[in-house]
Design a protein around this ligand. Structure first.
Ligand code: ADP
Ligand code: MG
Ligand code: MG
Length: 901
């Protein structure tokens, strides 16, 4: 087994597609050699050795790789004309970690390895630069001490012992910058650093270069199993077995004086996607100096430098003198760097994030990788690279992460306005976007201000209208699938939920957060993408759905087999979704329509009625109002199918549970409060989720189904008279047995027949069901005898398959995920192994009975990319999701299909 792969002098044993074995950094270092880019020579110890190390420990691992490493070091020595461990002409090395994907939490790089009290003199003599030699040594002892010998402070309150020593000396000398240290100061620092090591670790700093090297290599392997790394792996679903590679490489020095520099650059703008080379550099610097923020880095290009100066308010004269670009300072080297970045982008056909160092007038590349980018940049780069002919249409579609589109669809905070913003507290990022508004505590007061933020302990269906008016929603309780979160996402409205530190006093109308008290009418701002809550009003900017976005969506449709519908209950949401490309409604929840004004009164009258006649009388009042609601939605969705779900929630959700509300209801209904109280008690259930709801309502009170059928078909007929085509699909909720389904179907069909006779019109419509109870999935072949379509209600199906109540799962799900019992929140990411089996089975059984059965999904999962892919593989015809997730689902559907091509 080969464990070490060398690279250098335009030769390499590895290449770019060997990331699994060599890690991302190692594979690309090899590849850069192969395409003739100047890279300091070195070698990569494979990720497999990391796994061996985890099993066998240090001594055996060293034994396994010793010969290969020694040979590889010799190869570097030959190319560099220097010798590792030599006193006159020592070769110095860097030791760098590198997993398959770049991973924070891994070991920091150790530079200048191989130095000791003797070698430093050799380096000083050979370079003729004593300062450089001692600066490198000082850095080495510090880095090695921090990352290999464990001197780095564990908590953020502690200070790095080395930084402390440096600060002391700076103060004593009255200097500010590291670059102000004299050679004598640097010597003094090395001495004190080493003393600190001996004191803290009980062992002297290792002088022997080989001991240093093995120590650093093993430290890289150890870093794979630090808490930080494990945490990151869990968050990002990176398997433990992957391991990390170790890259050992000859040092090149950016800290050799004014003809040396180090920097980082991007082949395109990672924030906007603009095709413009950009980056930062520092003269006479090493390693992470550029990003460490100790000195102000300068722009690489003249154009970038001018743009920076304009933003920073620096005059052209000052810019040119104090912060000139690399293009101005080292024009020839700049040209070389510019050509190399072009070459790298041409080679990888993607935006590259590169690191380079200039040693005494010679340019070296130290890293290249596909750069991280914002959602907007991702779309723009993919579409522009398509136009440039670098990638084909399928590749362009695959280049964009569906979830990243979310960033493009919502307002964001103005960057300049963010500067002085004060974070009060943090909750869950429940629904993305940014919003500012004046505080209100009650949903029916959201219209008090033109811009309001609704703050509640938690929200309920009665708050719907207010939620729709408010700019954003903030709750103290509830998780990512709480009422507030789900509804807000549906509306595309910014929401922060579960901000547990908030203290809300409804009576006093105050909010306590971040040690301050806020009153109704005070301004706050929310970032629903991060969960942050800010004091005051921060300016927001609306998203712009540019031409590139439209182009991407066209391609997505071209390459997908499934299509995307939306979950919407209002004409407004329907319109938004249609604009985002929805091809119909997959779930129109009718209960939301019953809460506003007149409707809730009629609804409550029905609930209070003791007999059928009373209920029918109340329902007769509801009929025209409900029909109007449907007309609005059907019109917004004309020519496209609309799945309307019949009444689903238990009736107790429609009656008030607080004293004040009950009194009001009693007055309106003309009964005593006790009557209301009694009714509320009658309706209360031990477990409403499994109670008197769904088709159980329609089968015990058929008159409700009759009224709703009349309203749906009546609306379709009314529109037909105006030449608007409505395509209703009537959906029975919570079916568990074929008898339940058949009974509902009969009521719907009989009612339809009557309506058609009365109006002398007909409408094409379908009757189908949600599959959301495990028994329905198990007996789907029977259910399909009656149902013309299935829509998988994976919210309830998940709830009932796991036996987790969605409203209570917030108490243990986070712990389950942290402990690794569950990989994901099953309410967010469809559980393909478990719940997915029921979906597959039901789809198969449904088709066996009724080959042309329509199949779709309307749970929250319909907008989650991995779940969309599952739906594609299972052969569903469409997914349905909230309006603002429609573009995400369209892209995910295309990617699922392209993966199969
Ligand atoms: P990261 O994975 O955090 O980017 P790197 O391994 O890229 O860590 O190292 C960080 C920095 O150290 C590099 O950007 C570069 O400036 C410096 N560095 C690494 N190897 C060398 C080397 N052989 N010569 C000079 N500088 C190096
Ligand atoms: Mg790097
Ligand atoms: Mg349901």
């Amino acid at each position: 087994m080969k464990r070490v792969y060398t690279f250098g002098d335009k030769k390499a044993e590895g290449k770019a597609n060997m990331k699994n074995l060599l890690g991302g950094k190692g594979a690309n270092l090899a590849e850069m050699n192969l395409i003739g880019v100047p890279v300091p020579p070195g070698f990569t110890i494979t990720t497999e050795v990391c796994t061996e190390y985890n099993q066998k420990g240090k001594d055996q691992t060293v034994e396994l790789i010793k010969k290969e490493v020694e040979a590889a070091v010799q190869n570097v020595e030959q190319i560099m004309g220097a010798k590792f461990g030599d006193l006159e002409n020592p070769l110095l090395l860097s030791v760098r970690s590198g997993a398959r994907v770049s991973m924070p939490g891994m070991m920091d790089t150790v530079l200048n390895l191989g130095l000791n009290d003797d070698a430093v003199l050799g380096i000083a003599k050979k370079s003729g630069n004593e300062r450089f030699a001692w600066d490198s040594y000082r850095r080495f002892v510090q880095m090695y001490g921090d990352v290999v010998l464990g001197m780095k402070p564990e908590s953020k309150e502690d200070i790095d012992p080395f930084e402390e020593i440096m600060e002391e000396l700076k103060e004593k000398k009255g200097i500010k910058l590291d670059t102000d240290f004299s050679v004598e100061d640097l010597k003094e620092l090395v001495k004190r650093f080493k003393q600190a090591v001996t004191k803290q670790t009980g062992k002297d700093f290792p002088d022997n270069p080989w001991e240093q090297l093995w120590g650093a290599v093993m430290a890289v392997f150890d870093s794979w199993n630090t808490d930080r790394a494990i945490y990151y792996r869990r968050m990002n679903k990176i398997p433990e077995e992957w391991g990390t590679a170790v890259n050992v490489q000859a040092m090149v020095f950016g800290n050799m004086g004014s003809n040396s520099a180090t920097g980082v650059a991007f082949t395109r703008d990672a924030a906007t996607g603009e095709n413009i080379f950009n980056g930062e550099y520092l003269i006479d610097a090493q390693g992470e100096d550029v990003v460490a923020g100790v000195r102000t880095p300068q722009e690489i290009t003249l154009e970038g430098s001018k743009r920076w100066a304009a933003l920073a308010g620096v005059s052209e004269a000052e810019r040119a003198e104090k912060y000139p670009s690399l293009e101005e300072v080292m024009p020839a080297l700049y040209k070389e760097l510019f050509d190399i970045q072009n070459k790298l982008e041409d080679h990888y056909n993607d935006m590259q994030d590169i690191e380079f160092t200039i040693q005494d007038g010679k340019l070296w590349m130290l890293q290249t990788r596909n750069g991280k980018r914002t959602g907007a940049a991702m779309v723009r780069m993919a579409m522009e690279m398509l136009k440039e002919g670098r990638i084909d249409e399928k590749e362009a579609v695959m280049r964009v992460e569906p979830n990243k589109l979310d960033e493009l669809l919502h307002p964001v905070f103005d960057k300049t306005a963010m500067g002085s913003a004060n974070v009060l507290t943090k909750g869950l990022p429940a629904s993305p976007g940014a919003a500012a508004g004046q505080l209100v505590f009650f949903a029916d007061e959201c219209d008090k201000y033109a811009d309001s933020i609704l703050v509640r302990i938690e929200t309920s269906p009665e708050d719907l209208e207010g939620m729709n008016i408010a700019n954003g929603i903030l709750t103290a309780r509830g998780g990512m699938t709480s009422h507030a979160a789900v509804v807000a996402r549906g509306m595309g409205k910014c929401c922060v939920s579960g901000a547990g530190e908030l203290k809300i006093d409804y009576k006093a109308r105050t909010l306590e957060a971040g040690g301050k008290t806020f009153n109704e009418g005070d301004w706050i701002s929310l970032n629903g993408s991060t969960g942050e809550v800010y004091e005051g009003s921060i300016k927001t900017i609306d998203p712009e759905l540019s031409g590139d976005f439209g182009h991407l969506m066209e391609l997505a449709d071209k390459y997908s087999r499934m299509y995307v519908r939306t979950n919407a209950d209002t004409p407004k949401d329907s319109k938004v979704a249609r604009d985002f490309g929805a091809k119909g409604i997959g779930l129109c929840r009718t209960e939301h329509m019953f809460f506003e004004g007149e409707k809730i009164i009629a609804m409550r009258e029905m609930i209070l009625s003791e007999d059928l006649a009373g209920r029918e009388q109340a329902l007769a009042k509801l009929l025209p109002i409900q029909q109007k609601d449907f007309e609005g939605i059907f019109e917004a969705m004309q020519d496209l199918p609309v799945t309307v779900r019949l009444l689903d929630p238990p009736l107790h959700e429609f009656v008030p549970h607080d004293e004040k509300g009950q009194q009001e209801m009693a007055e309106v209904m003309g009964v005593t409060v006790d009557v209301i109280k009694q009714k509320v008690e009658d309706l209360s259930e031990f477990n409403p989720m499994l109670g008197h709801r769904g088709c159980r309502l329609g089968n015990t009170y058929p008159e409700i189904t009759v009224m709703q059928t009349r309203a749906i078909l009546g609306a379709a007929i009314a529109l037909k008279k105006r030449n608007i085509v409505a395509k209703p699909e009537i959906m029975i909720p919570l079916t568990g047995t074929i008898a339940e389904m058949k009974m509902q179907e009969e009521i719907v069909r009989e009612t339809a027949q009557k309506v058609f006779e009365e109006t002398n019109e007909t409408i094409d419509y379908l009757v189908g069901t949600m599959i959301e109870i495990p028994r329905a999935a198990l007996t789907a072949n029977e259910i399909a005898e009656s149902a013309e379509f299935f829509s998988f209600g994976t919210n309830d199906l998940t709830q009932m398959t796991f036996g987790y109540s969605r409203d209570d799962a917030g108490k243990f799900l986070p712990i389950y995920i942290e402990k690794g019992i569950l990989k994901n929140d099953p309410f967010e990411v469809l559980d393909q192994d478990g719940v997915g089996q029921l979906v597959e089975m039901a789809a198969k059984k449904g088709k066996a009975t009724r080959p042309d059965i329509k199949l779709g999904i309307c749970g929250e999962h319909g907008g989650e990319p991995s779940s969309v892919e599952f739906c594609h593989r299972t052969g569903l015809q469409y997914v349905s999701c909230s309006p603002f997730r429609v573009p995400i689902a369209r892209l995910a559907a295309a990617q699922a299909n392209i993966k199969e091509m």
